[in-house]
Write a protein that binds this ligand. Structure first.
Ligand code: IPE
Ligand code: IPE
Ligand code: MG
Length: 237
């Protein structure tokens, strides 16, 4: 079976999961963060090298302040506690998104986690935090413009190499939970040829069995990247 090299996940449905059980939305986020941690393990166990988790979008600032504060604070508490094990497990963590809008304390925390895990070679875990696909493209173009580059020389490679994900292969598979069929501003550039999988499962209920069956579905797909199938292509014979 062929596993994807890079899996990206839009972890959606925490709020609905909690509400369905008569709990505050925050309970869904608390359960959700543990599932995210599990997913990193399920992936590393299968030799998947890159995992990107959509954790907070540039649009999520529209949520109540209390919920935003809670989200950031459980993330910090969780990572602080798990850091020694993450280092032992060979996990390299990186944050993608506009970091300067996160405030000094959180920015420093992200830097600290990145430095502490920088030697990890088993799994690259990318946390999309204050991430927006459009913002990312704007930031890349600003960087290019600042170099005074000749417009004729700006090509796809120039843009790709100025994205937050410059040294990461494009996601092979993007999973979205909770039954919503949209991108919500996630990895717009990088998903040009990604395979998508949408499931009704709410993120806190996502489990290893479902992950495995999604990977099996992925491995049975034929990716053509604009070409025709190998069997039909005379130039492949
Ligand atoms: C995803 O769950 C987590 C974040 C966006 C931070 P939601 O909080 O969006 O849950 P629903 O979609 O309201 O159920
Ligand atoms: C996408 O979920 C963002 C994250 C999972 C972090 P949202 O819940 O914010 O997306 P919309 O608003 O339903 O499109
Ligand atoms: Mg949602």
């Amino acid at each position: 079976m062929e596993y994807p090299k890079h899996v990206a996940v839009i972890m959606d449905g925490n709020g609905r999961w909690a509400r369905r059980q008569g709990l505050p939305r925050t309970e869904g986020h608390s359960k959700g963060i543990r599932v995210a941690d599990d997913l990193a393990h399920w992936s590393a166990d299968r030799g998947i090298r890159y995992v990107t988790l959509y954790t907070f979008s540039t649009e999520n600032w529209k949520r109540p302040k209390e919920e935003i504060r809670f989200l950031f604070s459980i993330m910090v508490d969780y990572l602080r506690e798990r850091l020694p094990e993450m280092v032992k497990e060979g996990l390299r963590m990186r944050f993608i998104g506009r970091r300067d809008q996160l405030g000094r304390e959180l920015t420093q925390f992200c830097d600290y986690i990145e430095e502490s895990t920088s030697k990890g070679e088993r799994l690259d875990l990318l946390i999309a935090l204050n991430y927006g696909g459009r913002t990312e493209i704007v930031d890349a173009l600003r960087k290019i413009a600042k170099t005074g580059a000749d417009p004729e020389k700006i090509d796809e490679q120039a843009i790709a190499s100025n994205l937050y994900t410059r040294d990461v292969p494009d996601p092979d598979l993007i999973i979205r939970t909770s039954g919503e069929h949209r991108m919500s501003n996630f990895l717009l550039w990088q998903s040009a040829y990604s395979e998508f999988y949408f499931t009704e499962t709410l993120w806190p209920d996502f489990n290893e069995n479902e992950f495995q069956s999604i990977l099996e579905d992925y491995s049975a797909r034929q990716r053509r990247f604009g070409s025709i199938s190998e069997e039909e292509n005379p130039e492949q014979h």
